[in-house]
Design a protein around this ligand. Structure first.
Ligand SMILES: Cc1cc2nc3c(=O)[nH]c(=O)nc-3n(C[C@H](O)[C@H](O)[C@H](O)COP(=O)(O)OP(=O)(O)OC[C@H]3O[C@@H](n4cnc5c(N)ncnc54)[C@H](O)[C@@H]3O)c2cc1C
Length: 301
């Protein structure tokens, strides 16, 4: 049997959580369906320690603290984790198919960049090594540890910067000759060992842990690559995520849903906010999604 809920929110990232906090404040009926086992979206999955400085009214707050703050406003009985929305059928009411089937009057799509899993390192036996990590909740357990970081974006560079302050044994490995992120981040990290352009070749496992990782220089075919073996306590992988964007019957612009920019509607009583939405000059940041949520909330309440 289908259960009827006034408002269903798809996705428990910052957009979904913020929208839920507005409904909760006014004691409205809603359900938030999140595909994964955790709330918080990209920020929490990729970089919970990040200082967020661009939310108006908050000088600085760590990503994970901002998410905890939003969660603290909600009633956990209205949140369903591991509950991916597989199908929606626009209409009156709207039908939503997840682990259960629901009907609702308003649907708020906050699916961001999709439900995502971290992109792996791509070496044999990777899943056996329990000391390969794809996200960091905390840096302190890595103090004085031997760490190899793989990645060339801003988050990998941030990890390298933070870790080189607490360990003299940190290596940063990237497959290109230049970083994709801002290399100034690590310019003062004198004890950081940087290997460019290198790729992981294989790991050497003992007791379900990678003891070392061998990296291979990226060279043109006619040259012999150099190999380097790096002893590790931990390997950190920051290759981004493989996203699965929901296939809802709404007009799309690439991976994003097109909306009417005046009210963020994609169909009757279906609204899209946050990173999932596409309109001219859309910025994929937190403050814009707060503004979008406030506007949609005014419309439906
Ligand atoms: C490393 C990093 C640093 C950043 N730093 C900043 C910063 O300093 N300041 C700033 O303003 N912004 C920053 N951002 C951008 C900010 O994180 C995004 O704008 C924000 O996360 C978008 O929130 P969202 O809820 O729209 O999407 P997401 O964060 O992508 O969350 C979407 C959620 O929906 C879920 N979902 C997807 N599909 C389904 C489905 N079918 N059913 C159920 N659930 C589903 C996902 O699992 C996920 O939990 C940063 C982003 C990253 C990656």
């Amino acid at each position: 049997m289908q259960k009827h809920v006034s408002t269903i929110i798809v996705g428990g990232g910052p957009a979904g959580l913020y929208f839920a906090s507005l409904l909760e404040k006014d004691k409205k009926d809603y359900l938030l369906l999140e595909a994964t086992e955790i709330l918080g979206g990209q920020l929490v999955k990729l970089y919970p320690e990040k200082d967020i400085v661009d939310i108006s009214g908050i000088e600085v707050i760590k990503a994970k603290d901002y998410i905890s703050f939003l969660i603290s406003k909600l009633d956990e009985r209205k949140i369903c984790l591991n509950n991916k929305v597989k199908e929606i059928i626009p209409g009156s009411p709207i039908i939503v198919k997840a682990n259960n089937e629901y009907t609702c009057d308003n649907l708020i799509v906050c699916s961001g960049l999709g439900s995502s899993t971290p992109r792996p390192l791509g070496v044999e036996k990777e899943s056996e090594a329990k000391n390969i990590l794809y996200k960091l909740d905390d840096f302190s357990f890595l103090k004085d540890k031997k760490v190899a970081i793989f990645g060339g974006g801003d988050s990998a560079l941030d990890w390298a910067k933070h870790l080189s302050k607490i360990s003299d044994n940190v290596s940063l490995i990237h497959r290109r000759t230049e970083f994709r992120g801002n290399a100034n981040t690590i310019k003062d990290c004198h004890n950081l060992k940087v290997h460019l352009p290198f790729v992981p070749d294989h790991i050497n496992i003992e007791n379900n842990k990678a003891k070392s990782i061998t990296i291979r220089e990226v060279v043109s075919e006619e040259n012999e690559p150099k190999y380097l073996e790096i002893a590790v306590d931990f390997i950190l992988v920051n290759y981004g995520n493989i996203a699965e964007v929901p296939d809802f019957p709404l007009e799309k612009d690439g991976a994003f849903f097109k909306v009417n920019p005046n009210d963020f509607s994609a169909s009757k009583n279906i609204f899209v906010i946050g990173d999932a939405v596409s309109y001219e000059n859309k910025k994929r940041r937190i403050q814009p999604l707060i503004d979008e949520a406030n506007r949609v909330y005014k419309l439906i309440s």
